[in-house]
Design a protein around this ligand. Structure first.
Ligand SMILES: C[S@@+](CC[C@H](N)C(=O)[O-])C[C@H]1O[C@@H](n2cnc3c(N)ncnc32)[C@H](O)[C@@H]1O
Length: 265
C-alpha cells in the first residue's frame, strides 16, 4: 500500500511502545492504544450508536494498532476486522489480538475498494482517518456496499473547516501528509448521496481542542525520550502540528464531527 503518512512513522513500532503507552495514559487518562483524538467516552458512545453486541460483525477502517477495536471486542463481544495501510500498525494489532478468534487485522488501502463481500458487516467505524483518503464519494459508496441493509456506520472527520484558516496554517496541517478538508454539511450530503441515511452529526470540537492541547503538553513533558525516538525534526514538527490544531479547535476555526449513518433496510 502506498503513502502511509510520515506523521505516523515510528509511532506503531515496537521499540517505542512503552513510551507511547505512558504518554497516552497521561493524555487520555486511560490507554486505549489510540493514535487519534479519540476518548474512551466517545468510543463507548459510538459502540452504543452502532448497536455493537455479541457476534456483531464490525469493520474498523484505518484501525491503527488495534487498541480501539480490541476495546470494542472486550466491552461488547463484537467480532472485528481491522484494516490499515501501515504494516507496523497491523503487526502490532495482530499481537494485541492474540489467538482469541474475535479479531483479525489486515493490511489494506482504505482509499481503494476493500477486499470484502457486499453486506459482509453489520457495522463500520473509522476514527480520524477519512481525511487521508482521496475520494470520499467512492469511499462512502464502498462502505455502503460493505454494510448489510440496516447496518450502521460511524466515522469522525477532524478537518471540518468552520472559520478562516491561513495558508501558513494549512501548510502546518498538511505537514503530516495528504489530507482532505471539508466544509460543514459536506459529509451529510455525501453520505446521503452514497445511499446512507444520516442519523446524527455530533460536534466533538470541545474534546478535540482539549486532547490536542494535552497531546502537545504531555509530549513536551516527555521531550527528551520522544526526541530520541522520533528525531528532533519530526518531534518539533509534531509539536507544531498539535499546537496549531489546539489553537484552531479552541477558536472554532477547525471542528471535529462524528457522523452516524444507516444503510436503509
Ligand atoms: C489518526 S490515525 C487513527 C488510527 C486509529 N483509527 C485510531 O483511532 O487509533 C490514522 C490512520 O490512518 C491510516 N491510514 C492512512 N492512510 C490510509 C489508507 N490509505 N488506507 C488505510 N489506512 C490508512 C494510518 O496508517 C493511521 O493508522
Amino acid at each position: 500500500v502506498e503513502q502511509v503518512p510520515e506523521h505516523y512513522a515510528g509511532m506503531y513500532r515496537h521499540a517505542a511502545a512503552d513510551t507511547y503507552a505512558e504518554v497516552r495514559r497521561a493524555i487520555y487518562g486511560e490507554d486505549l492504544g489510540q493514535n487519534s483524538w479519540l476518548t474512551r467516552e466517545e468510543l463507548d458512545r459510538f459502540a452504543a450508536a452502532l448497536r455493537l453486541g455479541p457476534a456483531v460483525r464490525l469493520l474498523d477502517v484505518a484501525c491503527g494498532s488495534g487498541g480501539p477495536a480490541m476495546h470494542l471486542v472486550r466491552t461488547t463481544g463484537c467480532v472485528v476486522t481491522g484494516v490499515d495501510a501501515s504494516d507496523d500498525a497491523i503487526t502490532a494489532a495482530g499481537e494485541l489480538a492474540g489467538a482469541g478468534g474475535k479479531a483479525r487485522f489486515l493490511i489494506a488501502d482504505a482509499a481503494a475498494r476493500l477486499p470484502f463481500d457486499d453486506g459482509a458487516f453489520d457495522a463500520i467505524v473509522c476514527i480520524d482517518a477519512i481525511n487521508h483518503l482521496a475520494s470520499r464519494p467512492a469511499v462512502l459508496a464502498d462502505w455502503a456496499r460493505l454494510l448489510r441493509p440496516g447496518g450502521r456506520l460511524s466515522y469522525t472527520d477532524a478537518l471540518v473547516v468552520t472559520g478562516p484558516v491561513s495558508s501558513d496554517e494549512v501548510a502546518v496541517r498538511a505537514s503530516i501528509g495528504y489530507q482532505v478538508v471539508t466544509p460543514p454539511g459536506a459529509n451529510e450530503r455525501l453520505l446521503e448521496a452514497a445511499g446512507l441515511h444520516v442519523l446524527e452529526a455530533d460536534d466533538l470540537t470541545d474534546s478535540f481542542a482539549r486532547i490536542a492541547a494535552r497531546r502537545r503538553d504531555v509530549r513536551a513533558g516527555h521531550a527528551d525520550t520522544l526526541r530520541q525516538i522520533e528525531g528532533d525534526a519530526a518531534f518539533d514538527g509534531r509539536q507544531q502540528f498539535f499546537d496549531l490544531t489546539a489553537r484552531l479547535a479552541e477558536e472554532r476555526r477547525l471542528s471535529r464531527f462524528a457522523y452516524l449513518a444507516e444503510r436503509p433496510a
